[in-house]
Design a protein around this ligand. Sequence first.
Ligand code: GAR
Length: 206
Amino acid sequence: MAPKDGQPFRLGILASRNGSNLQAILDRCLSDEISACVSVVISNNSKSGALRRAKDVGIPTFHLSGWTHPEPDRLDGEMARVLQDHGVDLVVLAGYMKKLGPVLLQAYPNRILNVHPALLPAFGGQGMYGMQVHRAVIESGVKVTGVTVHLADSEYDQGLILAQEVISVHPADTPEGLAKRVLKLEHRLLPVVIQRFAAGQFETVH
Ligand code: GAR
C-alpha cells in the first residue's frame, strides 16, 4: 500500500471512549508528524469524547451501534460503507471496544490497527479493556507492562503484532496511575505506526 499520488492518506477512526488517542492522532496530523488526515470518526457511543472532539474540528462523525442498527450484519455493512464512502485507506481502532464484522474486515485486509494498553498476548481478550487491564496487571505482580499496536482481526486483541513499548510496573502503582503512564505511551506509539502505513512502509505485511 503506497501513498496515492497527490491524494492525502485517509484515516478512519473507530473509538468508544474519551478519544485521547484520537486527539493524539489529530495533533500529529496537524504537526505533519503523520502525513495523513482523519476523514471520518465512528463511535458506538453517542456520548463519547471521541465524537465530540471530532465534531469540534469539523470531521464527519457517525454514531453506529447495536442501538442504531440492531442487526449485526446491517451494522457491519454500514460501518464498511461509511469508511469506504470517506475514502479511508487505514482504519484505526483507538479505544474501540467492539468486535469487527466480516464485511468490514474483508473491506480492509491488513489495514485495521488496534492499540491495546498491555503487552499482548498477555492481558488481552474478552473483558480485558480499559482499567480492567491495569488492575489485572497489578494483581498479577508482573514487573513490566506497556502498549501493543497490532493488526485487528475477528477476535479481541489478536492479529499480527506490529509494535510494542515497555514500561516498568512500580510497587506503588495504582491501576489509575498506571493507566495514565500507559496512555502517554499509546499517544506516542500509535501515531508512529500510523505514519509507517502512511509512508508505505508496511506494504509487505500480509
Ligand atoms: C486506551 O487505553 C486504549 O488502549 C484502550 O482504551 C483506552 C481508550 O482511551 N483500549 C482497549 O482497552 C481495547 N482493548 P482513549 O479513548 O482516551 O483513547
